[in-house]
Design a protein around this ligand. Sequence first.
Ligand SMILES: Cc1cc2nc3c(=O)[nH]c(=O)nc-3n(C[C@H](O)[C@H](O)[C@H](O)COP(=O)(O)OP(=O)(O)OC[C@H]3O[C@@H](n4cnc5c(N)ncnc54)[C@H](O)[C@@H]3O)c2cc1C
Length: 673
Amino acid sequence: MFKLSIYCVIALIICSSSVSARPLVRQIKSAREFERLVEKHATSTGLPVIADFYSDGCGPCRQIAPVFKQLAEQTGQENAVFVKINTQMVPELSGKYNIRSIPTFIFFHDGKQVDLIQGASGQALQQSISGVVNRSQRENVKLTKEALVEYYKEVDEETSEEKIDSVYKKCVEVKKKNNPNKECLGGAATQLARRLKQKYEKRVETTLRFTDEHRKPTDATSSKDSKDGSNSSGSASSSRKSHTNPDKPNLHLASKEELMEELEKRVEAEEEAREEEEDDMAEFEHSYVPSDFPERVTIIGGGPAGMSAAIYAARAGLKPVVVAPPGGGQLNGKGVEVENYPGLANVTGPEVVAHMRAQAAEFGAVFECELVTKIDTNQHPFKVFTNSSEITTHTIIVATGAESNWLNIPGEYEMRGGGVSSCAVCDGAAFYGMDVIVVGGGDSAMEEALFLARTSKSVTVVHRRDEFRASKIMAQRVIDHPSIRIQWNSTVKEIIGEKVLHETNDEDGDESVDLDNAQLYVSGAILADVHTGQESTISAAAVFVAIGHTPSTQFLKDIVDFNENHSGYVLTQQGSTRTSLAGVFAAGDVSDAIYRQAITSAGSGAAAALDAERWLSEEGLGNEEAEFEADLMAELMAEDNDTASNADHYNVYEDVAGNVAGMKESSAATAEL
Ligand SMILES: Cc1cc2nc3c(=O)[nH]c(=O)nc-3n(C[C@H](O)[C@H](O)[C@H](O)COP(=O)(O)OP(=O)(O)OC[C@H]3O[C@@H](n4cnc5c(N)ncnc54)[C@H](O)[C@@H]3O)c2cc1C
């Protein structure tokens, strides 16, 4: 009985193994899944991983999607791994890889990012793909110590054992990561082989680091065991290897439990592969597609205000269009938990917005992933323009939030990306263990300082007054923090930097300096005392500017009234989200200079959707599509009636036994005559 069941399990495993192939283009669902995948291919197959960062509301992403798939097909699964990452669904990865525009393609080889291209150019994509594939093949090399010893025996007998040892060690040291057995591998081995050939005019014998068997397309993440033995799961597949292929489980030696585990794993992989195919179909399901009728509600902005307006409008059946670039507004910069949003615990800013977006999409909101460049309200319905589309709409909800302010001092612009930042969550990790400066005295500055204090050696908060403008609790946390120093009554006059010459390790271990690419990096700042004017210099590796925001309202100039007391903020009517122009509503930070919180923005977003819905009802607008359909139906019915009056009708009836019988009415009438 036991024997029989074990054979059944083996049979099932064998059957399932034939379908657990890696999907052609894998849809990544979590940051962990992606990181595991990159690591897996660095250690077990040597295949490059090519990631398409996209969003389902982005026109260029839609255009390039079939090209990406086609290139994946052409390249072949034995040469590269292709994945897609929805920036809205996995915001952590967009933050980690600093995705600033979409589509962005990132190329990983040997666990490292080796190339990046932005935009939907099929040609550029193709070039980069072949570049990374060639590199991965070129570097799929292992040079053994024995082969090196043999080589020197042939080319230069005099070479001492110590010298050979040191050459080999140098090669091993270059490849520190993903090299648990301390071997001479990959790019380092390729370079060493090339140098030896140049010097002695004879090739050294190398072997393949990963064989075709390793690179063939089986599901990479479902199998937890790696070639190097790292990540060993202890399952049948890792504990009892086959003699012919060490990565294949020897099913005959496995216990029943191990077999069951293996089976479960393969079934999971099979399901995952099927899901990928389905996901692939649904990839752009929530994208905006122009219609013949005006939209009822167009929401500009994809932060908490825009998303909550979208949820309300979608639930009211208004099928809103949300126009916003990728990223979820200001909360996107909050990689730590949002602690004050009622009902939400343990979720980061990007996750909050991603959840809101998913909820809106579920109820029928569609997305156009673009920046609004202008709106035309001279006629009704209005027109909303982006660089690639034009949306005709009855109402507009403006939820464009606010943008970071800058100091506009020397060094600030030049060193953005080189230590000057307005987002600690995005860039803070790069300054781990270093001294940093935060400029400002509001809540944002407190947030940035506290965030940075977790990873930086010290944080100096520079503030021009002698007390913070931030909420008391946040200010007190900063004042009490042992790693935070406060420079009161001071302004930053200049950000100073120095050119850092990148020392690169040649793959064969030689150090070289890239003089052409020397970049300017922050080394400190010159501060000025606001009372005495006295200047002082402090050293720091980064300056985080947190001095508030400016509402994004450029496209509304001369269209709606602005708040006289708060420059740039849209004026709304008391107790409403209505602006000075009928049919245009404003919600969130763009019209709120006082509260500027996620919850208040979400609240006013909901109010704006309700206001828009009411306005459409009052004006009797937005029913064109339904009216058109009703007219069409009426016409068809009329046509049908005309035809019906001349046609034969069936007089169908059911007898007591339930048999259906019938006779043409015209025939019946004739029969009666
Ligand atoms: C670092 C940081 C931490 C924060 N932490 C918290 C917190 O813990 N709790 C809390 O309640 N609040 C917090 N806030 C404040 C909160 O993020 C904001 O109040 C909230 O995000 C405002 O929402 P919004 O939708 O009005 O605007 P935003 O979130 O700013 O969203 C604006 C949206 O409009 C889009 N947009 C702008 N211009 C255009 C255009 N021309 N065309 C199309 N789209 C456009 C943007 O891309 C974005 O999608 C924090 C803010 C920051 C900066």
